[in-house]
Design a protein around this ligand. Sequence first.
Ligand SMILES: [Fe+2]
Ligand SMILES: [Fe+2]
Length: 346
Amino acid sequence: MSDSHLFDHVALAAQVKRQRKYAWDLDKGVQWSLGVDTTLPFLPLDSQSIACPGASQEQRLALSQLVGLIINSTISEMESVITKLRRVAWAEPLREFSVNPEMWELGDLFFIEENKHALAFNRFNQLFCQTEGIDPEQLDRLLPKAFGSLFLKAVIANAKSGGHAFWWIVAAVEEVSLSLFQDIHRVRDSIDPLYYEVHKKHMEEEKRHHNYAFLMLELIERRSFSLKRLLHRKTDLLFGQLFSSGWVLGELNKIFLAESMTNDHPFFQVIASCLPLMRQLTIPELMSRLFVSAPYVSLVLNTKNHRLTSRMAITHRAFNFPFPDPNITPLAPPEPTERPLKKKYG
Ligand SMILES: [Fe+2]
Ligand SMILES: [Fe+2]
């Protein structure tokens, strides 16, 4: 991410080689035959069960799985919308700056890899539905969707007007997925093995290409000066933060739809039974959990958790939203007694 790196075609060519050599295949690179063990959690929860204090073991298991599916869907949607911005946010700035061919090659690989990751996360979610006998369209009602959202329209409009909010968002998502894996890795023996494997394969490629968004930000910083560009440089991070956090909050609200789906599947029934616990929280308590202390959710919503992006914001002298300091409560591996292993849903 240093200056020399952006123009160091030898280092960039080595990265191209590495990415090509170690790229995994969507069908053969993941052990899909493991199937999903739906008696196991997908993610470890904190003592407050994200925002449902007092949840029972059965509720915690369903919440862990739903949050795991929401995380998959959030990353997958973000990775899918990337393709929509390919021309305006990637090809046009590269053409304008006439960069070395390696930046083009790395970009091509970046888009190919992100598309594959989106498919992998979706495939996991589909497998969960198959195993549980849930209609995927029903589950989709609870999961985040970016296409057609105000968030996507705003980011496209920003890119068309010469902004680069898109790359700030990508940089943050890359960081979130790497931090998320650290949490999962610590409890790998107590969660569903396929969930772990999908995130492990994802992390491998993210680690190899996560510098690309920062390289793009660095490149854009070097474009010739104009007042409009100065304005974008100052405000695009803030713009991206407000629209992406607004989108995530709005999509999380979909969980309340579970109350109208209790007759469709016992999974939705258990999720619906958690909602009164969430309603016990006052609005300030709920916001504090979502932005400050709840694992995963605050990781996505609160950019104070994105250290590289925050550091880049200082270098670019970009306005950064003053999110509260994160204080994520420690996660513990699920207790053995926490798993209703034999028979779910009663
Ligand atoms: Fe990815
Ligand atoms: Fe990525």
